[in-house]
Design a protein around this ligand. Structure first.
Ligand SMILES: CC(C)(COP(=O)(O)OP(=O)(O)OC[C@H]1O[C@@H](n2cnc3c(N)ncnc32)[C@H](O)[C@@H]1OP(=O)(O)O)[C@@H](O)C(=O)NCCC(=O)NCCS
Length: 170
């Protein structure tokens, strides 16, 4: 299916936020979404962007639906002490009615081009264990499961732990 993949613009944030809420709902995690489109706009399109985003939009052959956003990939850059520059894929999503038509793969391909242009040697991401379809899909693209292969656990410090560590409130 013909679609155009392009960098997201500030004006896309309302639509991207809608898709972020959809993927959170898909993961049954809607209560955990604390950001809104204003935050998304400020964090991606202000003076010190924290992430980049590519969006997939319907092409001209879709008539009056041209320009509708049907998917996105949100990512940021990081550094590995083992391998150097890396890219972290935070979210990849294609609207359900457009899945299975090559759009997710096209988004991934464009993220890979951005990664290589920035000198990255790896793309990292996590997938929840029950999402077998996505796990199989990423494996099909050549991804290796580091939890299975090396027993890596994905950890995080939540806001309370962060404040406690920073010595606040003592
Ligand atoms: C995962 C997701 C992004 C994939 O996007 P998509 O547009 O449906 O995928 P595509 O149509 O581009 O996939 C095409 C390729 O994947 C292969 N494929 C499709 N489903 C597959 C599956 N379940 N297992 C393995 N390969 C699969 C196709 O054969 C094709 O490969 P080829 O080009 O080598 O022939 C999409 O299904 C989605 O948004 N899912 C819900 C959210 C999600 O789970 N996101 C990822 C985890 S955060």
């Amino acid at each position: 299916m013909e679609c155009i993949v392009r960098p997201a613009q500030s004006a896309d944030c309302d639509h991207v936020m809608g898709m972020i809420r959809e993927i959170a709902e898909y993961h049954n995690l809607l209560d955990e979404v604390k950001i809104n489109s204003q935050v998304l706009r400020a964090d991606g399109f202000g003076g010190d962007p924290f992430y980049q985003c590519l969006v997939a939009e319907l092409g001209p052959e879709q008539g009056d639906k041209q320009g509708h956003l049907i998917g996105y990939a949100l990512f940021f850059f990081g550094y590995s002490v083992n391998t150097g520059r890396i890219i972290y894929l935070e979210n990849l999503y294609v609207l359900s009615e457009f899945r299975g038509r090559g759009i997710g793969k096209k988004l991934m391909s464009e993220v890979a081009k951005v990664a290589l242009a920035r000198g990255c040697v790896e793309m990292k991401f996590t997938v929840v264990e029950w999402n077998g379809r996505a796990l199989a899909w990423y494996r099909h693209l050549g991804a290796q499961d580091k939890t299975e292969a090396g027993g890596w656990h994905s950890l995080e410090l939540g806001a309370k732990a962060l404040h406690r560590l920073a010595g606040e409130g003592q």
